[in-house]
Design a protein around this ligand. Structure first.
Ligand SMILES: [Zn+2]
Length: 394
């Protein structure tokens, strides 16, 4: 998850927010200011409602952050490095640079978040138990207690990528001693859960016309996509295990000289090449970016002669340069570059470009691996994801 805004570091962990967090803040603030708070204490000036609603929305985000921090801190204690925490539309995502070594570790990391949400729910509830405070504040704190309880319960639903899915995975892994099978089960459970939520959401929408139904469908769709995506990445991890980058790359790729104009590059290279992405190199042969065919087609024919390749080059992330001897799974690292929707890594040896790896190369390599493997040992969905994703936001 890309962070649009860096909020700072908590316990050394970079914390940020995706732009969609703003959307959820507005949604929460709107519901509180227009419905929840006026019902609790009618007849006040609108500015009172909006001020309390804004403060409550911020406190809700802080609760969400506490949930994610709980995952992150327990993970770090269990030897799983934490990359970042990002808040977004449907909650928070804690990204890890490794995986739990035992089912017990996985269970502890997964359960820490919902446990903190539950504790927060109880604390907020106890704060307003002796109902003597101003009714606006009491309503807001009650709402926070309820939302934290919802957060704890929803995230414990048993399906990847929710915390409950990790707990299910840890349990199956512990019982069957087979991590890959547990992965498959958790991923399937996540997809089933997502489909169930979409069904319930649709029913709610049709029968009662609630916009809450749309929200539930959105969360269901997200669950299905995330659970399926995790299954695929894990399958790729397993399929590529033991392979080197040189085994999967397209060797001696066509390159795009940064100084060339688009017209000469199209005539000399793009029209005859089998690649859909080209490494962009400077005069010294150093890689400065990547050029997808898609970027070339966007240049009108009349502008080709006075547009340089360098102007169309897409930047590559820090992990984009690999060596032929690197482990093939490095292409799947979260830091890998994406250019026009494809994973792209340029392979360099002795300062020269010797290969390129794209999503297409990966797909081919995985299918070849399946052909080579003896029956029953081919690629299969594997291992839990590298991120804990939490929902819902509202
Ligand atoms: Zn969580």
């Amino acid at each position: 998850m890309k962070q649009s805004v860096r909020l700072g570091r908590v316990a050394g962990i970079p914390v940020g927010a995706h732009w969609s967090t703003l959307l959820i803040m507005i949604l929460i603030g709107g519901v509180l200011a227009s419905t929840v708070l006026p019902q609790a204490s009618p007849g006040r000036p609108a500015v009172h409602y909006w001020a309390v609603a804004a403060a409550t929305a911020v406190l809700f985000l802080v609760s969400l952050l506490a949930h994610e921090l709980a995952h992150a801190l327990v993970a770090r204690r269990r030897g799983v490095p934490v990359t970042s925490i990002t808040l977004w539309l449907l909650g928070g995502v804690t990204e890890f640079a490794g995986e739990s070594k035992t089912p017990k570790d996985e269970f502890r990391i997964a359960v820490a978040g919902p446990l903190v949400s539950l504790i927060l729910a109880v604390v907020f509830y106890l704060c307003v138990l002796p109902v003597s405070g101003p009714p606006l504040i009491v309503a807001a704190v009650r709402w926070l207690a309820l939302m934290n309880a919802v957060l704890a319960v929803f995230n414990m639903l048993p399906g990847a990528p929710l915390d409950g899915g990790r707990v299910l995975h840890a349990f199956l892994w512990h019982r069957g001693r087979d991590r890959a099978r547990a992965d498959l089960a958790a991923s399937r459970a996540g997809q089933g859960l997502g489909a169930g939520l979409i069904g319930l959401g649709a029913l709610e929408l049709i029968l009662m016309g609630w916009t809450g139904g749309l929200w539930m469908m959105l969360i269901g769709w997200f669950l299905i996509t995330a659970a399926r995506g995790e299954g695929m990445i894990r399958a790729a991890h397993e399929g590529l295990g033991g392979w080197r980058i040189r085994d999967v790359m397209t060797p001696a790729p066509d390159v795009a000289p940064a100084w060339q104009d688009v017209e000469s590059f199209v005539d000399s290279t793009a029209l005859r090449s089998r690649q859909s992405v080209f490494p962009v190199v400077d005069f010294g042969g150093a890689v400065t970016g990547a050029l997808p065919l898609q970027a070339l087609t966007a240049v009108p024919a009349g502008r080709r002669r006075d547009t340089r390749v360098s102007a169309l080059a897409r930047p590559l992330s820090a992990g984009h340069l690999l060596s032929p001897d690197d482990d093939a799974t490095r292409i799947l690292e979260p830091s890998a570059s994406r250019v026009a929707g494809e994973l792209v890594a340029v392979v360099v040896e002795g300062g020269r470009v010797v290969g390129i790896v794209t999503t297409a190369d990966l797909g081919r390599a995985l299918q070849q691996a399946a052909l080579r493997a003896p029956a029953g040992t081919g690629p299969r969905p594997d291992q839990p994801g590298q991120a804990l994703r939490d929902g819902p936001g509202g």
